[in-house]
Design a protein around this ligand. Structure first.
Ligand code: KIV
Ligand code: ZN
Length: 563
C-alpha cells in the first residue's frame, strides 16, 4: 500500500469521522509493475524545485513587481523551501539588477539565480548581481531550434554550439553553479540537442535546462524525448537535467511530470502558474502531484514545505494584483470546497470519499479563531504570518491601529479583511510617495450631475480640484487629472467587497496605461469611492516613480555609471 500516509493521518485527525481501511487500490498498483518501476520505487530521487516567479512570472502582462514586493515574495519562497529562486534578469534594467542583488543578499537558504543571455556582458552583470548570495547561480541561455537560430539569432548550428560552450566556460570561471538552457528545446532537432547538452556539460554546466518555450509539447512525447537524452548523452550523469514548461496548450504541469518520470531532476515552475503568455507550470500543482501520488512518482521527493503553499500563493496574488480563478487546482478558492449535497454527505461519512489531499497539507487553516476588537497584536501578527505577510515592527504597529478601527466598525475581522488591510498598508507608505490622497467630497444621485472634489498632497503641498464625470468615481479621477494635467488610460477597473456583508470594506483594482507601459493600482477603504481614488493614486505613484527613475538612470548612464 503506497497511499500517502501523512495525508491519511492528517485527514483522520482533522475530520470528525474515524477513517477506516482504504477502500480502493491506487491505479499504479492495479497494472503490471515493470522491473524498472520496481527498482525506481526502492531508491529516492531528489527533485530540485527551481522557482521562476520573479523572472518568468514577472514577464506576465501586468505582473511587474516593485523591489519591496519582490523581497516579500522571495522571503515566502525561501520559507516554502524551494531550492532555487530565479530572482530576475540582471541586465534587463538597473531596477532588475538592484532587485536581483537585494534578493541575493537577503536569501540565506535557497540558491539565487539570475538569467543571462549567452553573452559576456550579460553574464558579468548576472554574476555581479548574485555573487553575494550564499549559493549563487548563473542561468545562461541560447536558442537551439532551427526557427530561432535562423530568424532570431541569424546563426548557424555550429556557431550556436560554439557560443553556448564558450559562454558556459566563461560563466563557470566566475561561479561554480551554472545552468544552461537550450531555448525552444522542444522544436530543436534532437541529435543537435544531444551535441549541445554534451558540450555544455563538458564546458562546466552543472544543470542543463530543456525548456518547452512555446508550450508545444505533449506529455508522452516530451517524456520520451527526455528519456532519450538520458540514454544518448554520454556525460548526462555529470549534470542535472531540468525542464521548464509553458502552458500554451494547458499541458505545462503534465509535461513537467512526464519529464520527471523520464529522469529529469529539476522542475522549473512559478507560483500560481504565472508567466509569459499562458504561464508556466504551477509549482503548487507539481509539488502536490508528487506528494499525493507518491505511489506513481516512485521515490521522487522534494523539500518544499507544502503547508506554505497557500500563504505564498496569496502573497503573489496580492503583489501582482492578479488573482487566481476560483477553480484553480490547489490554490483556487473552491479547490477544497464541497458544494453538492452528495459530496457533502460523502465527506461527512468519510473525508476520503472526495478528498485526495487535506486542506491542512497546503496550509489552509481550519482554525476558525475569530479576530475582533479584543484581539491583541500578537494574535494579529500570528494570523499575518499564516497568511504569508511579514511586516516590520513599524508596519505591524500601523496595521494594528487600522485593525482596531476596523474591528470597532465591524464585529468580526476576517482573513480577507486582514489581507486587504495589509495590501492597503503597502500602498499607503505615504512618506515615500509623491502623491498622497487626503480627502474627497462628492455629490451624486440619479437626478443630479456627479461632481467630485479631491484633495491630494503633491510633494508636500495640498492641492485640490473639482470636476464632473459619469458617476462619482469618474468625476474624482477627472479632478485628479485636472490638477496634475495628466492623460492616462484606465483599464481593468474593478471594485469588489472584501467580504460578503454590507459593512464590507471595498477594494478597487485597476491598471493605467501610459506610453505603452502598464501600472497597477489597488486601494482599500470602507467607502468604495475612496478605494477607487486610492487605487488611482497608487497607480499614478508607480508611473511617477518610473518616470523619475528613468530620468535618473539616463543621467547616470550619460555619466558612464551603473551598467
Ligand atoms: O521559456 C524559456 O525558454 C525561458 C528560458 C529563458 C529558460 O524562459
Ligand atoms: Zn520561460
Amino acid at each position: 500500500m503506497v497511499f500517502n500516509r501523512s495525508d491519511t493521518e492528517q485527514m483522520a485527525s482533522a475530520g470528525s469521522q474515524q477513517r477506516g481501511p482504504l477502500l480502493y487500490k491506487p491505479l499504479f498498483e492495479s497494472k503490471a509493475v515493470s522491473t524498472r518501476e520496481k527498482e525506481k520505487t526502492m531508491s529516492t530521487r531528489k527533485i530540485t524545485i527551481f522557482d521562476t516567479t520573479l523572472r518568468d512570472g514577472e514577464q506576465s502582462p501586468g505582473c511587474s513587481m516593485k523591489l519591496h514586493d519582490k523581497l516579500l515574495v522571495a522571503g515566502n519562497l525561501e520559507a516554502l523551501k524551494v531550492d532555487v529562486i530565479e530572482a530576475g534578469f540582471a541586465i534587463a534594467s538597473p531596477g532588475d539588477f538592484e532587485s536581483v542583488q537585494a534578493i541575493a543578499r537577503q536569501v540565506k537558504t535557497s540558491s539565487v539565480a539570475s538569467l543571462a543571455r549567452a553573452l559576456k556582458g550579460d553574464i558579468d552583470q548576472a554574476w555581479a548581481a548574485v555573487r553575494d548570495a550564499v549559493n549563487p547561480r548563473i542561468h545562461t541561455f541560447l536558442a537551439t531550434s532551427p526557427v530561432h537560430m535562423q530568424f532570431k539569432l541569424r546563426m548557424s548550428p555550429e556557431q550556436v554550439l560554439e557560443q553556448a560552450t564558450s559562454m558556459v566556460r566563461y560563466a563557470r570561471s566566475l561561479c561554480p553553479n551554472i545552468q544552461f538552457s537550450l531555448e525552444d528545446y522542444t522544436r530543436t532537432e534532437e541529435e543537435f540537442s544531444w551535441r549541445v547538452i554534451e558540450a555544455v556539460i563538458a564546458a562546466g554546466a552543472t544543470t542543463v535546462n530543456l525548456p518547452d518555450t512555446v508550450g508545444y509539447a505533449i506529455p508522452e512525447e516530451f517524456g520520451a524525448r527526455i528519456a532519450r537524452v538520458m540514454e544518448h548523452v554520454p556525460n548526462v550523469d555529470k549534470a542535472t537535467i531540468a525542464v521548464h514548461c509553458h502552458n500554451d496548450l494547458g499541458l505545462a504541469v503534465a509535461n513537467t511530470l512526464a519529464a520527471l518520470r523520464a529522469g529529469a531532476g529539476q522542475a522549473e515552475c512559478t507560483i500560481n502558474g504565472i508567466g509569459e503568455r499562458a504561464g508556466n507550470a504551477a509549482l503548487e500543482e507539481i509539488v502536490m502531484a508528487l506528494r499525493t501520488r507518491k505511489d506513481f512518482f516512485a521515490g521522487m521527493q522534494c523539500d518544499v514545505d507544502t503547508t506554505r503553499i497557500i500563504s505564498t500563493s496569496r502573497c503573489v496574488c496580492s503583489v501582482t494584483g492578479s488573482r487566481v480563478q476560483n477553480n484553480k487546482a490547489i490554490v483556487g478558492q473552491n479547490a477544497f470546497a464541497h458544494e453538492s449535497g452528495i459530496h457533502q454527505h460523502g465527506m461527512l461519512a468519510n473525508r476520503e470519499t472526495y478528498e485526495i489531499m487535506t486542506p491542512e497539507s497546503v496550509g489552509l487553516s481550519q482554525s476558525q479563531m475569530v479576530l475582533g476588537k479584543h484581539s491583541g497584536k500578537h494574535a494579529l501578527k500570528d494570523r499575518l504570518e499564516q497568511l504569508g505577510i511579514m511586516l516590520s515592527e513599524a508596519h505591524l504597529q500601523e496595521l494594528f491601529g487600522r485593525f482596531k478601527d476596523l474591528a470597532d466598525a465591524k464585529k468580526v475581522v476576517t482573513d480577507a479583511d486582514i489581507e486587504a488591510l495589509a495590501r492597503g498598508l503597502e500602498m499607503r507608505n505615504d512618506a515615500q510617495q509623491k502623491l498622497v490622497f487626503e480627502r474627497f467630497l462628492t455629490t451624486t444621485g440619479n437626478t443630479t450631475a456627479d461632481v467630485s472634489t479631491v484633495r491630494l498632497c503633491v510633494d508636500g503641498n495640498s492641492i485640490e480640484d473639482v470636476a464632473m464625470g459619469n458617476g462619482p468615481i469618474e468625476a474624482s479621477f477627472n479632478a485628479i487629472n485636472k490638477m496634475l494635467n495628466l492623460h492616462v488610460t484606465v483599464e481593468n477597473f474593478s471594485v469588489s467587497a472584501v467580504t460578503a456583508n454590507v459593512d464590507a470594506q471595498g477594494e478597487c483594482d485597476l491598471r493605467i496605461r501610459h506610453n505603452n507601459k502598464v501600472y497597477l493600482g489597488r486601494g482599500v477603504a470602507q467607502d468604495i469611492i475612496e478605494a477607487a481614488i486610492r487605487a488611482y493614486v497608487h497607480a499614478l505613484n508607480g508611473l511617477l516613480e518610473d518616470e523619475q527613475r528613468m530620468t535618473v538612470n539616463a543621467s547616470v548612464m550619460a555619466a558612464g555609471g551603473l551598467v
